[in-house]
Design a protein around this ligand. Structure first.
Ligand code: BQF
Length: 293
C-alpha cells in the first residue's frame, strides 16, 4: 500500500506558487489577492477560512476576510459581493459554505463575477468545465485531479466509481474523470443513496472516490484488491487524546481498507490540504487572467 500524502504534495505546490509570486513581484506586478466572506461562527468554517488566509500569506498572496454575524441579510451579502466584484485590486472571491438557512446560496454564488469565482461554483464556470472550456475547477475536484496526476496514477480505461453526487464533489468529479484528458478517460459510475447493490459496484472499482458524507462508511469488503481509494470525507469525532478535543476521520475505514489498496489518501492529510492549494492555484490564474483572457 502506498500512502498518497496530500499534505506533502500541497507543500510542494505552495513552494511552486511562492516562487511564481516572487517572480511576479520582482517584475513589478502586484501579488494575487483573495477575498473571503464568512457568515456566522461555525468553528469548522472559521478554521477553514483561517487556513485559507494562512496559506495565502505563506505564498505571498494578499488576503482579505469579510466577516458577518449569523443574522446578516441577503441584501447586505449581495452588496458585499458587488463591492468586491468592482474592486480591481481583488482577483478572487470565495463565500465560505454552508451559509445560514435564510440565505439563498445560489443567489449569492450567482452574484459573483465568473472571472473572480475561484471556487468554481458559479453556473458559468460549472457549464464551461462541463463542456471542456477554460474554467475555474472547484477546489476539491481540482485537488483530487492534481493528487492523481502527481502520484502518477493511470486513469485511462479504468473503472472509476464515485460515491456521492453533490454539486461540490461527486457531480464535477464524475465529469472530470470521464473527460478525454489526462487525468481522465475513465469509465465512471456514480453511486448515491438510491443505488442498489452498492457493494457489487464498488468492488469493481479500480479507482474509488468517496464523498458520501458518512463517517467510515466504506469497509474492506466493498473494495477491490489493489484499488486506488480517494477519501473526501471529513468528520470531527470527540477525542480526549488531542488538544482540540476532537480528531478527524473520513468516509473510509482506513485501518481496514488501507492494506487492500494500492494507493489511499489518509484523513487528515489527504484531500483536505489539496483543496487549499487548489484555491491558491485558481487565485493565481485569476490574477493572471488565464481563464477569462
Ligand atoms: C486535512 C469543507 C465540508 C464543508 C465545507 C486540511 C482542510 C480540511 C482537512 C480544509 C472543507 C474541507 C473546506 C485538512 C476546506 C477541506 O489536513 O485533512 C484542510 O480546510 N478544507 C472548506 O472550506 O469548506 C468545507 C468541508
Amino acid at each position: 500500500m502506498e500512502l498518497i500524502d496530500g499534505k506533502k504534495v500541497a507543500v510542494t505546490i505552495k513552494q511552486e506558487i511562492a516562487a511564481e509570486v516572487k517572480r511576479m513581484l520582482d517584475q513589478g506586478e502586484k501579488a494575487p489577492h483573495l477575498a473571503a466572506i464568512l457568515v456566522g461562527e461555525d468553528p469548522a468554517s472559521q478554521t477553514y477560512v483561517n487556513s485559507k488566509a494562512k496559506a495565502c500569506k505563506e505564498v505571498g498572496f494578499i488576503s482579505s476576510n469579510y466577516n458577518f454575524p449569523e443574522d446578516v441579510s441577503e441584501e447586505e451579502l449581495l452588496k458585499t459581493v458587488e463591492f468586491i466584484n468592482n474592486d480591481d485590486d481583488i482577483d478572487g472571491l470565495i463565500v465560505q459554505l454552508p451559509l445560514p438557512d435564510h440565505i439563498d446560496n445560489q443567489k449569492i454564488i450567482q452574484h459573483i463575477r465568473p472571472e473572480k469565482d475561484v471556487d468554481g461554483f458559479h453556473p458559468v464556470n460549472v457549464g464551461r468545465m462541463t463542456i471542456g472550456l477554460p474554467s475555474y475547477v472547484s477546489a476539491t475536484p481540482y485537488g483530487i485531479l492534481e493528487l492523481i496526476m502527481r502520484s502518477r496514477i493511470e486513469t485511462k480505461g479504468k473503472n472509476c466509481v464515485i460515491l456521492g453526487r453533490s454539486n461540490i464533489v461527486g457531480k464535477p468529479m464524475s465529469i472530470l474523470m470521464a473527460r478525454n484528458e489526462e487525468p481522465g478517460n475513465a469509465t465512471v459510475t456514480v453511486c448515491h443513496s438510491k443505488t442498489k447493490n452498492l457493494k457489487e459496484i464498488t468492488s469493481k472499482a479500480d479507482i474509488l472516490i468517496v464523498a458520501i458524507g458518512k463517517p467510515e462508511f466504506v469497509t474492506e469488503d466493498m473494495v477491490k484488491d489493489n484499488a486506488v481509494v480517494i477519501d473526501v470525507g471529513i468528520h470531527r469525532v470527540k477525542s480526549d487524546k488531542t488538544k482540540s478535543g476532537f480528531r478527524l476521520i473520513g468516509d473510509v475505514k482506513f485501518d481496514e481498507v488501507s492494506p487492500k489498496a494500492s494507493h489511499i489518501t489518509p484523513v487528515p492529510g489527504g484531500v483536505g490540504p489539496m483543496t487549499i492549494v487548489s484555491l491558491l492555484m485558481n487565485t493565481l490564474k485569476a490574477s493572471k487572467k488565464e481563464i477569462y483572457a
